[in-house]
Write a protein that binds this ligand. Structure first.
Ligand SMILES: *Cc1c(COP(=O)(O)O)cnc(C)c1O
Length: 364
């Protein structure tokens, strides 16, 4: 060991590492089992559509060249698809890439960042990385966002608010009417990020923030992704919609060529195949209903599930139940002493989860 090493910034030193969901192979190795299934990262159970794979393969032949830094074609295609001005669209390396850009754009050391907790794990990581000040609000008894608590926590000095709807990991979603009411009390200088990574799985009756909120609130930025519904988690492409001037600021923080050519080709092909993707989403929604009904019939209580996963608030039984499931090859995502999040997989995988859960635990 050298006597001295370079010191990381204190903000980095104190940072917990991002913990991705455990893979099936790792669980198999740890428990000496085979046939484990991963329901831990809210991935799509189906591989990408053939048309997307073909577009990616064709683009790979040109990988000796840098891709278009701005992903212009993807912005324009998203603009047409969602009927918004392409200047109000940006594209990033997954929506977590865009979230990082939002922090780089708006949060200075000491700036206040407000979000409900528990929510998406990268929010505290990015806040601490920027040496921002975390202000969290509790969830309600139903594991949903407490809008009164949020309204009280957001002040004129708040720089950014982060709202995942549906929330990860609890799965509950906000109505755009509720968001509108909240936004009416928020300073136009405060950036409000609406993280819609699971947009495609939400009951459409809850509304559409891009249509209903972005035109009226220039401080709102909506982030979305091709990772979940479109089955492209491994290729890293997401997008954000907001006021063109806000988008232009965010664009300055994109590291060069962050959205690679394969990701751009995949995004374009995914939009071209949106009807086929909808069929797959509908299948996941039908499976979600089946899983929720089966769990409720067994006596489990769970919050409203608006994404491609269910959340079981198991409290202090969480770690033990998680481990028993994993030993039997069903890998879920535990939040110690709070609950487990279980991705909706294929029909066979979901049935395996349900039968394994019934083997290892009964509702309290
Ligand atoms: C999965 C997820 C994302 C992000 O994903 P990308 O793969 O980076 O697009 C963003 N927000 C939430 C709340 C998520 O659960």
């Amino acid at each position: 060991m050298p006597a001295e090493l370079p010191h990381a910034r204190p903000a980095v030193d104190q940072l917990p590492a991002y913990r991705p969901g455990k893979g099936a192979a790792q669980a198999e190795a740890e428990h000496g089992i085979t046939n484990a299934i991963k329901l831990a990262s809210n991935e799509n159970p189906d591989p990408p559509l053939d048309s997307i794979l073909a577009a990616v393969a064709a683009t790979a032949a040109g990988a000796n060249r840098y891709a278009d830094h701005r992903a212009t074609a993807v912005r324009e295609r998203i603009g047409t698809w969602l009927d918004v001005d392409p200047r109000s669209v940006t594209v990033g390396a997954g929506s977590v890439g865009l979230l990082q850009q939002l922090f780089l754009t708006f949060v200075d050391p000491g700036d206040e960042v407000v979000y409900p907790w528990r929510s998406f794990e990268v929010y505290p990581v990015y806040t601490r990385l920027m040496a921002g000040r975390e202000v969290t609000t509790p969830l309600t008894a139903d594991h949903a966002f407490d809008l009164d608590a949020l309204a009280a926590a957001i002040t004129p000095t708040t720089r950014m608010v982060l709202l995942a709807t549906p929330n990860n990991p609890t799965g509950t979603a906000l109505r755009t009417s509720e968001l509108r009411e909240l936004l009416q009390g928020v300073s136009p200088r405060t950036v409000v990020v609406i993280d819609e990574a699971y947009r495609e799985f939400v009951d459409p009756a809850l509304g559409d923030p891009v249509r209903e909120l972005v035109p009226d609130f220039p401080n709102v930025v909506v982030t979305r992704t091709f990772s979940k519904a479109h089955g492209l988690a491994g290729i890293r492409v997401g997008y954000a919609i907001g006021h063109p001037d806000v988008i232009a600021s965010i664009d300055k923080t994109l590291f060069p060529f962050a959205v690679n050519g394969l990701a751009q080709a995949a995004a374009l092909a995914a939009i071209d195949a949106i009807d086929e993707i909808q069929v797959r989403v509908d299948r996941i929604l039908a499976e979600r209903s089946r899983v929720v009904s089966a769990l409720m019939a067994d006596g489990w209580q769970l919050p409203d599930a608006q994404a491609n996963f269910v959340y079981l608030p198991l409290g202090e039984r969480t770690d033990a139940i998680y481990l028993e499931l994993e030993k039997r090859g069903v890998v879920t995502r535990p939040f110690s002493n709070e609950g487990i999040r279980v991705t909706i997989g294929s029909e066979e995988q979901n049935t395996r989860f349900l039968t394994t859960l019934a083997e290892v635990a009964r509702p309290a």
